[in-house]
Design a protein around this ligand. Sequence first.
Ligand SMILES: C[S@@+](CC[C@H](N)C(=O)[O-])C[C@H]1O[C@@H](n2cnc3c(N)ncnc32)[C@H](O)[C@@H]1O
Length: 244
Amino acid sequence: MHGDPQAVLQGFFAATTTARLRRRLVRETQRVDLGSLRRTEPVSRHWGYERGTPVDRYYIESFLAHNRGSIAGRVLEVKNSAYTDRFGHGVVRSDILDVDPGNPHATIVADLRDAAEVADDSFDCFVLTQTLQLIYEVQLAVAEAHRILAPGGVLLVSVPTMSRIVREPGVADYWRFTEDSCARLLADAFGAEQVVVRAYGNVLACVAFIEGLAAEELKPAELDEHDPDYPLVILARAVKAERR
Ligand SMILES: C[S@@+](CC[C@H](N)C(=O)[O-])C[C@H]1O[C@@H](n2cnc3c(N)ncnc32)[C@H](O)[C@@H]1O
């Protein structure tokens, strides 16, 4: 019932040739001009800082501007206070946490995986941007972030879904995140109802960022379209529940 083997073989080759021709036709009729991106060296290895605002920072900064009302009271940030200074208002105390004892700006030298030197309920806001990917035991770090926030305190988080690898002495770049992993990570510590997570970016923003182009090189409409299948950065807000 299988027919003439030679005819079957001819049919098979005809089908594969047709499929190959069809794919070639797609390539020819939907040509992509790689232009100046046809290179194996990125345009910038420095996230585009020398050209303008890195594309991930465009989203992070819009998110922080949107949440500026929460950057108030006792505010904690990692590495420096750049975002607290820029977006905070009514800040009564600004602290900077870093595991690096060589950071001259750090007011708290502690490992976020076990920051025993920081008391429970110490902060009203924790601006935790682009750091969790550097911490292998990321769940411990989020649990500590929850512990050191006061009831009603707000954690503002950004994590990369894609980025070049950070190579700095003493730093290891462990993780990239998805909307789902970030939501689950925060929900485990804060409770799902306390967390809002959103993916920002699109395929063009991702290509621009990985190449090291700056946000200023894209149009606002190109940046502000968010495709959940091709995010560049995940931004989240988690609120520590009030005690009952
Ligand atoms: C890339 S910076 C990100 C913070 C900065 N505010 C930003 O938005 O770019 C990462 C910082 O996290 C610090 N860091 C890495 N692992 C840490 C840990 N386990 N506990 C506390 N800080 C950590 C690094 O020393 C570095 O200062």
